[in-house]
Design a protein. Structure first.
Length: 355
């Protein structure tokens, strides 16, 4: 079955990547007055290729577009596009591996990177992927469903405290303990095998209702983020992307929930002002690190886009441009010191390797 997919913030994302005069606060319509762009561009989350196909319209015949995705189904779409357009190179990997995979391809600098975070519409709409409580299917939730434990397998073995912390930290769910207790009690008699099994259990446990939200929304989000190491991979990938961007190169990131957006915002802020950690120290201005990124602001979906695509309602596009400041020795530590990821999600660092 062909699943319909509508790319979120399509035009502003591509404009952010390649339009010379792009500024988020003034963005209203695509700037297409420039000549076709040369260079190397990366779509770090290909999905069904909406952003990539649109970007290709503005790239020159000499340009190159390298697309990444974990999802085997997305890779099949990407390979079909590559067969149509020789400018496209396909990499079956997550964006956390962006630097090492590009190195294998002989690429050490890029002109732009775009990222569309989270789960895609086709993944949500395909019951067999197990991402949505709205469609009954196997409780899977893996972005790459060829490797790693499924949600059902993890829930069958994780202890109560681990389940509670994942749901609380990644789902920001205030009933995390009650939900975790219900899960561990239920599995003693009957394992959770399907999305409806989990959704109905959570709905029977959570006594309050958020307007326009199913009671299981936060729990499904939390388990998906944890299983796929989404926040950890994002925090690993962003410094790698910074090191790859040429002077004037752009980063455009679309996020859909607060944890992702805070990470992206803090990263851009930290890279745009790495000297802020030394604000109270007696250090001469000439010895302070210069900005490595310039923030170009954020774009939110229009009312018209939300009307046509309800999944766009929580989207935020943040854009930054690489400055000419060199990445001197120790820049990773300076950047890490300028960013307080601990305020984003307490669990994502301590649980990064636990599966």
């Amino acid at each position: 079955m062909e699943l319909k997919h509508r790319s979120v913030l399509l035009e502003p994302t591509v404009s952010a990547l390649i339009a010379p005069a792009f500024k988020a606060r003034r963005w209203s319509v695509p700037d297409t007055t420039f000549a076709p762009k040369d260079g190397v561009f990366v779509d770090a989350t290909f999905g069904r290729g909406g952003h990539s196909r649109y970007l290709l319209q503005f790239l020159s015949p000499k340009a190159r577009l390298i697309v990444f995705d974990k999802d085997p189904a997305a890779i099949a779409y990407a390979q079909a596009l590559s067969a149509e357009d020789t400018r496209v190179t396909v990499v079956h990997a997550g964006f956390a591996q962006i630097a090492e995979r590009l190195a294998v391809l002989g690429v050490d600098q890029v002109d732009g990177v775009m990222m569309d975070l989270g789960v895609s519409s086709p993944q949500l709409d395909d019951a067999d992927r197990g991402f949505s409580f709205m469609r009954n299917g196997p409780l899977d939730m893996r972005m790459d469903n060829s490797t790693g434990p499924t949600a059902a397998e993890w829930l069958a073995t994780a202890d109560l405290d681990d389940i509670k912390e994942v749901i609380a930290d990644y789902g920001e769910e205030r009933f995390a303990f009650q939900i975790a207790k219900a899960i561990t009690s239920r599995r003693e008699s009957s394992p959770l095998r399907t999305t409806h099994d989990l959704a109905e259990l959570v709905a029977s446990t959570v006594r309050t209702r958020e307007k326009n939200h199913h009671p299981a929304t936060r729990t499904f989000q939390a388990i998906r983020i944890f299983l796929n190491r989404e926040l950890q991979e994002l925090t690993d990938a962003l410094p790698s992307i910074l090191s790859l961007l040429k002077t004037g190169g752009r980063l455009a990131v679309i996020s859909f929930h607060s944890l992702e957006d805070r990470i992206v915002k803090q990263f851009i802020t930290g890279a745009a002002n790495p000297a802020m950690q030394y604000a109270r120290l007696p250090i001469a201005e000439k010895d302070l690190p210069s900005a490595w990124l310039e923030s170009l602001g954020r774009v939110l979906p229009s009312a018209e886009e939300i009307e046509h695509n309800v999944r766009a309602r929580s989207a935020v596009l943040r854009v930054a441009q690489r400055t000419a400041a060199p990445l001197a020795s120790g820049w990773q530590q300076q950047l890490a010191a300028a960013i307080d990821y601990s305020a984003v999600a307490g669990a994502h660092s301590k649980r990064g390797g636990r599966r």
